[in-house]
Design a protein around this ligand. Sequence first.
Ligand SMILES: [Ca+2]
Ligand SMILES: [Ca+2]
Length: 77
Amino acid sequence: MATEQELQSLFNKLDTDQDGKISINDLFLSPGLSTIISSETNISTPQELLVNYDSDSDGSITFEELKSAVEKADNLT
Ligand SMILES: [Ca+2]
Ligand SMILES: [Ca+2]
């Protein structure tokens, strides 16, 4: 189970342009890093990540969205 600190550092790594949200472009720019998320969840492609994590469907993932998605994944296991 990831801690909030780990999640924050994961989020920062995934947000390659550092604009505070993870877009599909960020995910494609860091394909190796999306495998870190895959290890927390069962999601394997950037598209799937975005669809599953973007709870308000605005096309990008905020830290809060990442956190709640990982928490949900943890609850499932
Ligand atoms: Ca970004
Ligand atoms: Ca969003």
